[in-house]
Ligand binder design. Structure first.
Ligand code: ADE
Ligand code: ZN
Length: 336
């Protein structure tokens, strides 16, 4: 099998996907129609054509505006179901999904509609395709820590459905130190911790996410490569980095896929993985992220296998679940 066929066939673990980032323009128009919300575009194709981003903030402005069509539990269920259908078709076996409660609470949407809608679709995906999942509640770092704290406490009734907390939105000007107390409280509640860092912001945000927030994985993290001592630490401690190549190009972190440091990160011994971030906005889901990386960076079959193994190692399945995925992966690569 050639490398691209291996990418398509192999079992995959997705560790960085924002459920709001899977909102395709057609679905946005459908939800807008049934909810009586007006979008600032005439059609789904016009909406898609507007996706020309200059940086993270220019994307976030569009992304938060589009999320205004999500109002009911059914919207969150349908959104998540559409995503898992695609994931199943791409041989995703395990997914850890982010959601942004504050975006929705601010519009008067009940947290129960958001969490129960998403969790119900994820549970049905397990029954239908055997896709396992975890749910990660992200705090918006452009808002004050008190807002995040209020949200964390509001989630008390849903902690049986939530596995961890994350930190996303505008990285520059909103360092990890701003959120130390809320992450300490989340850890006390038994929640696991991840954080976006080193996407647009400096390498120091990566170290601070580990040291000040207790993050066990770093979402994105390519700017870690600016600091050799940090690279050494991340490699030594096998810190999983959930890299999103198409996102980084579309948000102009790197001009072209050929300039992306994914291959250099692998060669430096980092526990990097390939993920899709906001696939409805960035031109593809997990398979497309792998294929773009293979084509742009000349990844070998061995590189692809390492990336897939890193995701299995870094995910929150128990050891038996991980062993099952490793065996499936071995089978695909052995038959190549
Ligand atoms: N929220 C959704 N996508 C994001 C990204 N790439 N960075 C930070 N926050 C986000
Ligand atoms: Zn992200």
């Amino acid at each position: 099998m050639d490398v691209e066929s291996l990418v398509r066939a192999m079992p995959k673990v997705e560790l960085h996907v924002h459920i709001e980032g899977t909102l395709e323009p057609e679905a946005a128009f459908a939800y807008a129609g049934r909810n009586g919300v007006t979008l600032p575009y005439g059609s789904p194709s016009e909406m898609r054509r507007a996706y020309e981003f200059t940086d993270l903030q220019s994307f976030l402005d569009v992304y938060y505006a589009a999320s205004s069509v999500l109002l009911t539990r059914r919207d969150f269920y349908d959104l998540t179901w559409d995503y898992v259908e695609r994931a199943a078709a791409e041989n995703v076996r395990h997914v850890e999904v982010f959601f942004d409660p504050q975006t929705h609470l601010a519009r008067g949407v009940a947290l129960s509609s958001v969490v129960r809608g998403i969790a119900c679709a994820l549970s049905e995906a397990h029954g239908r395709w055997g896709i396992s999942s975890a749910l990660i509640m992200c705090f918006l770092r452009h808002l004050p820590e008190e807002d995040a704290m209020k949200t964390l406490r509001q989630a008390d009734g849903y902690l049986h459905l939530i596995d961890g907390v994350g930190l996303d939105s505008s990285e520059i000007g909103n360092p990890p130190a701003k959120f130390q107390r809320v992450f300490a409280e989340a850890r006390e509640k038994g929640l696991r911790v991840v954080a976006h860092a080193g996407e647009e912001g400096p390498a120091s945000n990566v170290a601070d996410s580990l040291d000040l927030l207790g993050a066990e994985r770093i979402d994105h993290g390519p700017r870690s490569m600016d600091d050799p001592a940090l690279v050494e630490r991340l490699a030594r401690d096998r810190v999983c980095l959930t890299v999103c190549p198409l996102s980084n190009v579309r948000l102009r972190v790197f001009d072209r896929i050929e300039d992306h440091p994914l291959k250099a990160m692998l060669d430096a011994g980092l526990a990097v993985t390939v993920n899709s971030d906001d696939p409805a906005y960035f031109g593809g889901y997990i398979t497309e992220n792998f294929l773009a990386s293979v084509r742009g960076l000349g990844l070998t079959a061995e590189d692809v296998r390492t990336l897939a193994l890193n995701a299995i190692e870094g995910c929150w399945l128990d050891e038996a679940g991980k062993a099952k995925l490793r065996a499936e992966l071995d089978e695909v690569f052995a038959s190549s």
